[in-house]
Ligand binder design. Structure first.
Ligand code: ADP
Ligand code: MG
Length: 607
């Protein structure tokens, strides 16, 4: 007997969009059905490796298209894994993905331009309703004991399940075309779509006895003979991607270790890239037979955005053939693959700055994890890093910054913070601005940690402009002026108590009266980051207040203090700390500051 079941709310939302929106490229529904058929064949092959009691397929694995002009239907058939009754409910009635929420969110954000979402979020099957007013799925699972099922829906809120009549394993999806979609009854059109969108499907696609695809394993071909369009087509069809790849690499290693790979850098972050339980990795083949859909053994976590295939016949599998064994073969393939990926990115950075910039802005944060995670390849990763700097608005790489170091400059300098605009205006940079030295501006919260893991680049130390006492030749501030201000500085320290660990005359200021400097290992930037991520704070930064003895205000204060006029000097001296905090954008004692300011304003107004 038939049973009517509701679609999950997200599916209803999606269907509503699919049925009622206009798409510029409705042809893609066929690509989605063919790709599902191909997945079903792959799954059957994978499962057969470990499960011996599966219902055997009738004939060789294949996909077949047919048209019934009288009934106005087209059908996509496969002899793959099929679906059990429960699976039709789970897979065709819901979006059974951890990304469902993201999908619903993206749907709300992108509104009618949802075309790109189909495929990106794995909702391909529902694309059928772009062209069909009714869809039937006749299926029989390869699982022993499974019963045939007929799933039917008109794309409204519900679907109907009833006993089916198939007696061989596999699935046939029949679309009853809408009156505005009868062009798909034309077999020429269907063949053309398959040739354009499904050329790289690994199983034969048949229509009227003709084979429509070549089933070439692109990775086995000579890279010199593969065209750009073929790589892009392969990426979209075999990797189920919507966008074009940003770049790719294709290599074939022979003796002593044989393997082939095509790896792609996507243009956009997958919505689940940072989900801890997301399936990720490359597709593993052994002599063109798919072994694993997502093998995470070949690339480290910080390269988890890389997509592609690796054909590695010599990698050994465990008894259940599901897990790769950690063997020297696997380890050495992995080591080589990582090096090639890093080298390819370095090339991209050198040859196509615009593409690399886009890549960096998309995946840089992930790639940076490698500096700490993969000490072995740090030398391959550092040339890929990009930073903002005082040299302009462009991204800078360390080699360029090093090459353009000024005379007398011994270190690569950086300033860590959260707000690029505020950092550019920071008093910390005054001495550097005067000398014309470039300072890297680390505005990503992980940057400072990355740089601390590096400590040096190509023999040059990386150093914070905000830490410790500067010791440069040609300081902007004369030694005598500093000496003269020392008693005053000691007095300010007493005044401020534990608010700072010290007060000293500065070597780094030109225009500002005061600035705060880090002393210990924990910088104030890090303290703030830790405070925002951990409950109860974490380690505290230790900070020194530096004063500029050549600033008019400080000179006046030194004089007042020298005359013993502590009453007049005190409120202004306290403001030196307020000033330094304000410049960083983080005032601790707001109440104290406002009361000091109002007292000062009153005095200035002659009150
Ligand atoms: P995706 O292919 O990304 O999983 P789809 O919406 O295209 O998403 O398909 C949903 C699910 O329906 C598939 O994951 C699969 O479980 C099932 N399915 C669709 N078509 C077939 C088929 N021809 N054979 C077996 N299962 C299928
Ligand atoms: Mg699909």
């Amino acid at each position: 007997m038939a049973e009517t079941l509701p679609f999950q709310a997200e599916v209803r939302q999606l269907l509503d969009l699919v049925v009622h929106s206009l798409y510029s490229d409705r042809d893609i529904f066929l690509r989605e059905l063919v790709s599902n058929a191909s997945d079903a064949l792959d799954r059957a092959r994978l499962l057969a490796l470990t499960q011996t009691d599966l219902r055997p397929a009738e004939g060789e694995p294949h996909i077949e298209l047919s048209v019934d002009k009288e009934r106005g239907t087209i059908t996509v058939r496969d002899n793959g894994i099929g679906l059990t009754r429960q699976q039709t409910v789970d897979h065709l009635g819901t979006i059974a993905r951890s990304g469902t929420k993201d999908f619903a969110k993206a749907l709300r954000e992108k509104g009618n331009s949802a075309e790109g979402l189909i495929g990106q979020f794995g909702v391909g099957f529902y694309a059928s309703f772009m062209v069909a007013h009714k869809v039937e799925v006749h299926t029989l699972s390869a699982e022993p004991g499974a019963e045939p099922v007929l799933w039917t829906s008109d794309g409204g809120g519900e679907f109907i399940l009833e006993p089916g009549s198939r007696d061989t394993r596999g699935t046939a999806v029949t679309l009853h075309l809408r009156s505005d979609s009868t062009e798909y009854l034309d077999t020429w059109k269907l063949k053309d779509i398959v040739k354009r969108h499904s050329a790289f499907v690994a199983f034969p696609i048949l229509m009227d006895g003709e084979k429509l695809n070549e089933q070439q394993a692109l990775w086995t071909r000579d890279p010199a003979e593969v065209t750009e369009d073929e790589y892009k087509g392969f990426y979209k069809q075999a990797m189920h991607e919507w966008q074009e790849p940003a770049a790719w690499l294709h290599f074939r290693a022979e003796a002593p270790l044989e393997y082939q790979a095509i790896l792609f850098f996507p243009t956009e972050r997958a919505f689940d890239l940072d989900y801890p339980d997301a399936k990720r990795g490359v597709r593993l083949y052994q002599r063109r037979v798919l072994i694993q859909e997502a093998s995470d053994q070949f690339l480290p976590r910080y390269l988890r955005f890389v997509k592609g295939v690796i054909d590695a016949p010599e990698v050994s599998l465990n008894v259940s053939r599901e897990i790769l064994q950690q063997t020297p073969v696997l380890r050495s393939i992995r080591a080589q693959v990582v090096k090639r990926v890093l080298r390819r990115l370095k090339e991209l950075g050198r040859d196509d700055v615009a593409a690399y910039t886009k890549f960096w802005e998309t995946f840089g944060a992930t790639l940076k994890e490698g500096v700490a995670e993969d000490r072995e390849n740090v030398e391959g990763i550092t040339p890929l890093l990009r930073f903002r700097s005082t040299a302009g608005d462009e991204w800078r790489d360390l080699a360029t910054v090093k090459a353009e170091m000024k005379e007398g400059q011994k270190e690569l300098w950086y300033l860590a913070g959260t707000d690029l605009g505020r950092m550019r205006a920071s008093p910390q940079l005054e001495a550097f601005r005067k000398k014309g030295w470039e300072v890297l501006l680390l505005s990503d919260p992980v940057d400072e940690w990355v740089v601390m893991n590096l400590t040096e680049f190509d023999g040059v130390a990386l150093k914070s402009v905000a830490r410790g006492e500067l010791e440069n030749e040609d300081d902007p501030i004369a030694d005598e002026a500093r000496k003269h201000a020392e008693p005053f500085a000691a007095w300010v320290k007493e005044l401020l108590g534990d608010g700072v660990v010290g007060v000293r005359p500065s070597r780094r200021l030109t225009d500002s009266p005061s600035v705060l400097v880090d002393e210990g290992n924990v910088s104030s930037n890090m303290e703030r980051i830790l405070r925002s991520t951990r409950q109860g704070g974490g380690p505290k930064a230790t900070r020194v207040l530096e004063i500029n003895p050549e600033h008019v205000l400080v000179k006046r204060l030194v004089a007042l203090h020298g005359e013993g006029n502590v009453a007049d000097a005190e409120p202004l001296a306290r403001l030196l700390l307020d000033y330094a905090q304000l410049a960083e954008g983080h005032v601790e004692d707001v109440v104290g500051l406002t009361s000091r300011l109002s007292a000062l304003m009153l005095r200035a107004a002659g009150g």
